[in-house]
Design a protein around this ligand. Structure first.
Ligand SMILES: Cc1ncc(COP(=O)(O)O)c(C=O)c1O
Length: 313
């Protein structure tokens, strides 16, 4: 693939370092938590927001340096990562193929429509085929390379992505006692915990799983860390208690909590990851699992486009 100045142009539009802001909280609602820091990665870019920007920062140059003519990745109908990748590929003028967990919905939701508008070719595959690509990285990479495409695993979980997240901790001007962050593949949480370790901080990183039965995630995080040449930092805790009814289940009470958090914090949120992370955070506050006067930071991972799924299906 030809080297393309579009990468520099694209990244030049990102707000880096992202802002950090402090909000005051009513103790009647948040217990021991009277104020909260928020790392506003959602403000990095309107489309490539949150951890997607962190992940793509070093991944995109890899695409440009490779001989590939584009990228292939995978995700669900509402995938925030595919959404960001499709837009980035369009800006870099390279091909993008999205393997989507099928079947193809009769009416495409807002995310899928955007993927198409960004010129991503959407290929719907059945659950078995999807699982095979998810679990057999070499197989997926081979399929991509047959089409001269670079394979990027689901959720953009690569070493380059972890490097981008590790670096982001360098932007923090305060040393938090706790960082709360949403967990999917674990790439973001692992990168933050490693970034904290590299700063020799004692910060506890609480990663909140939105998926029921995500116990195997610990193994997969350990494998990722070892690929990157380090061990899982001992300051990283995975919280499994806040997955609710399961991944992507948008029940009315979840929407109510989302609007409550949005009002309290004055920030936009999405229902799949952020609400459960904030459920955990408020639980820690109310039940005094966080000492008084602790500095607590919520790392906003963006993905606000996903909130459109509430209305658009
Ligand atoms: C908004 C949001 N938060 C958190 C995550 C989880 O990130 P990770 O897969 O790095 O654990 C995702 C998934 O990409 C996401 O879209």
């Amino acid at each position: 693939m030809k080297t393309n100045p579009s990468y520099s142009n694209l990244v030049a539009q990102w707000q880096l370092p992202s802002p950090i802001q402090q909000v005051s909280l009513p103790s009647s609602l948040w217990g021991a938590l009277t104020h909260l820091w928020i790392k506003r990665d959602d403000l990095i870019h309107p489309i490539i927001s949150g951890n997607k920007a962190r992940k793509l920062l070093h991944e995109l140059p890899r695409v440009e340096e490779s001989a590939a003519c584009g990228v292939m990745s995978m995700g669900g109908n509402y995938s925030n990562f595919l959404h960001a990748l499709a837009y980035a590929a369009q800006q870099l003028e390279c091909k993008a193929v999205g393997i989507i967990r099928g079947p193809e919905p009769k009416a495409w939701g807002a995310t899928l429509k955007d993927l198409k508008a960004f010129n991503m070719e959407c290929r719907f595959v059945n659950r078995e085929a999807f699982k095979q690509m998810r679990t057999q990285a070499d197989y997926a990479a081979e399929l991509a390379s047959k089409e001269n495409l670079l394979w990027i695993p689901e959720g953009g979980s690569t070493e380059a992505a972890i490097e981008g997240v590790i670096e982001s901790v360098g932007e923090l001007s305060i040393e938090p006692d706790y960082i709360f962050v949403a967990l999917g593949t674990g790439t973001t949480a692992l990168g933050i915990a490693q970034g904290v370790r590299l700063r020799s901080w004692n910060t506890q990183v609480i990663a909140v799983a939105p998926l029921k039965g995500a116990q195997q995630i610990e193994e997969s995080i350990a494998a990722k860390a070892s690929q990157c040449g380090f061990s899982v930092p001992s300051n990283l805790t995975i919280e499994h208690r806040f997955c609710g009814k399961g991944f992507g289940r948008i029940e009315p009470d979840l929407i109510e909590r989302m609007s409550h958090y949005q009002t309290c914090l004055g920030i936009p949120l999405e229902p799949v990851y952020a609400v459960k992370t904030l459920d955990a955070l408020s639980f820690y506050g109310i039940n005094q699992l966080i000492p008084n006067r602790a500095e607590v930071l919520y790392w906003h991972t963006g993905g606000i486009q996903g909130a459109r799924s509430i209305n658009s299906g």
